[in-house]
Design a protein around this ligand. Structure first.
Ligand code: AHR
Length: 500
């Protein structure tokens, strides 16, 4: 039996709900079809948004949603998306193909956030616009006085400010956001921040988020902070709330699609995904050299699986989501909870019909992917206090497979109002693991289990079989300060334990 020991009496940092955040880009069928169908659609909708998506998203308590990109953000002009819909310009979508009708703009996005109870995170355009444009967008959204921009917002139907706190200053500015070197981006960032940072929402400065490095890019991050950190400018660190690397788990070149992979590819993919922990530790360590008081937060505002997909066109970056993606999501979310002192926000890419989507839509049909179920099962961690977990497991060992960094059992724990949430992943394809879980210092009164697994690793949900990968729920009998349970092969288990 493998011991999992949790110190229930020493809660440490808060698990920010924003670690379970989302991302929506004007890309493929994410926005149009996936979210927005318009108020005249025959598809049931709430203020133009698919009611099925709104309801299912609300159920998992989405804390924050990033929009409008991604690459798209650095070619987006916010004024295209405000005012009467019929007057909005139609543009080409430079990165992902097709036409952008701007029917979903700022007002609609804010309405969506309010419908689902999430906070908006707007990604500004640095690659093709100016600090003034972003400053104007912020004033349009947030100013409560009588400026012309605030009056324009009111004339467009929003009497009250939108109170947008999170503002991205560009996106991947080393590539689609302007192909800048780290020091060029640092200079650009300072110009934007200078205009934005005096603004407040709810008595606090705006939370400005800088773009992070390409890949795990230690050199880029170091160059960026060297150029950004000006000893003669005592305000420079306080001008940044977050620094945002992206972390995608790319399928190997020999893989043909999200649903076809060998046992070895299962392991190599998850082993790559487990590398998110290294990214967090490495990036924070470099940031600490320049920001030892940790005033700048680490934000992973794009993460997820990236299989072989069409890169442009109507279905750009559409992919299926299998049990393997769900296990990747669980390993990633556990990593965020374990490092909740180091990471302040994370946004899975993307919400609907794109990359590691939570939802797939087809006409008026909706399906919940296995990744959706992981977010649902893990929602108990949101706003809890992190608990230290010691798991007596090493790396998975399978002959012929790459398993570097992939733990035989990994997980995380948190506590909230006398309820402990323990999530555990067994990524082994064939072997179950019996675990003995002890909550040191507590008496466990009840344990509920939600478990996700499937008969084959390639299992996924389709419109004809939408419930194939679906959590099963059960009660587990506690004994004193813990319980034991067999984690089936290739499974995700979330235990919810009431303690006294
Ligand atoms: O999420 C898809 C794309 O991936 C985003 O637009 C970009 O930021 C990243 O490269």
């Amino acid at each position: 039996m493998l011991n999992v020991t949790i110190d229930a009496l020493r809660p440490s940092c808060r698990v920010e709900p924003n670690l379970f955040g989302h991302f929506v880009e004007h890309l493929g069928r994410c926005v149009y079809d996936g979210l927005w169908v318009g108020t005249d659609s025959s598809i049931p909708n709430t203020e133009g948004f698919r009611t099925d998506v709104v309801d299912a998203l609300k159920a998992i308590r989405p804390p924050v949603i990033r929009w409008p990109g991604g690459n798209f953000a650095d070619d987006y002009h916010w004024e295209d998306g405000v005012g009467p819909p019929e007057t909005r310009p139609v543009r080409t979508n430079r990165w992902w193909g097709g036409l952008e009708t701007n029917q979903l703009g700022t007002h609609e996005f804010i309405a969506f956030c309010r419908l689902v109870g999430a906070e908006p995170y707007l990604a500004g355009n640095v690659g093709s616009e100016t600090p003034r444009t972003l400053r104007n967008w912020e004033e349009y959204c947030n100013f409560d006085g009588d400026s012309t921009l605030a009056q324009r917002r009111r004339a467009n139907g929003a009497a009250d400010p939108f109170d947008v706190r999170y503002w991205g200053v560009g996106n991947e500015n080393w590539a689609a956001g302007g192909c800048m070197a780290a020091d060029e981006y640092a200079a650009a960032y300072r110009r934007y921040a200078t205009l934005l940072l005096r603004q407040e929402v709810g008595g606090e400065p705006l939370r400005l988020i800088a773009c992070g490095p390409p890949g795990d890019g230690p050199a880029w991050t170091r160059s960026f902070f060297e150029a950004f950190h000006r000893p003669d400018d005592v305000l420079s660190v306080s001008r940044m709330w977050g620094y945002a690397p992206h972390f995608y788990t790319f399928a190997g070149p020999e893989e043909v699609g999200a649903t076809e992979f060998t046992d070895e590819q299962w392991y190599s993919f998850l082993s790559l995904g487990a590398g998110v922990e290294g990214l967090i530790l490495d990036q924070r360590a470099i940031m600490d050299e320049f920001d030892p008081e940790r005033r700048i937060s680490l934000v992973l505002d794009e993460w997820g699986s990236w299989h072989r997909t069409e890169r442009t066109g109507p279905d750009a970056l559409w992919q299926q989501s299998t049990l393997r993606d769900a296990v990747l999501a669980a390993i990633t979310l556990d990593t965020f909870v374990r490092h909740a002192d180091l990471v302040a926000m994370a946004n899975v890419a993307q919400l609907v019909n794109v990359l590691q989507a939570l939802f797939l839509t087809e006409g008026d049909r909706l399906l919940l992917t296995p990744t959706y179920h992981v977010f649902d099962m893990y929602k108990g961690h949101q706003a809890g206090a992190r608990l230290e977990v010691v798991i007596e497991a090493g790396e998975v060992s399978v002959a012929g497979a790459t398993t570097t960094g992939l733990q035989a059992v990994s997980g995380s724990a948190s506590v909230s109002d006398g309820v402990v949430t323990v999530s555990l992943v067994n990524p082994h394809l064939h072997d179950g693991v019996e675990v003995g879980i002890t909550l040191e210092g507590a008496t466990v009164t009840t344990v509920e289990l939600a478990q996700l697994g499937a008969d084959v690793p390639q299992a996924h949900n389709t419109f004809d079989d939408p419930e194939r990968v679906h959590p099963r729920r059960a009660r587990v009998e506690p004994a004193g300060s813990g319980w034991s349970h067999v984690l089936p092969p290739r499974s995700i288990s979330v235990f919810t334990a009431s303690i006294t």
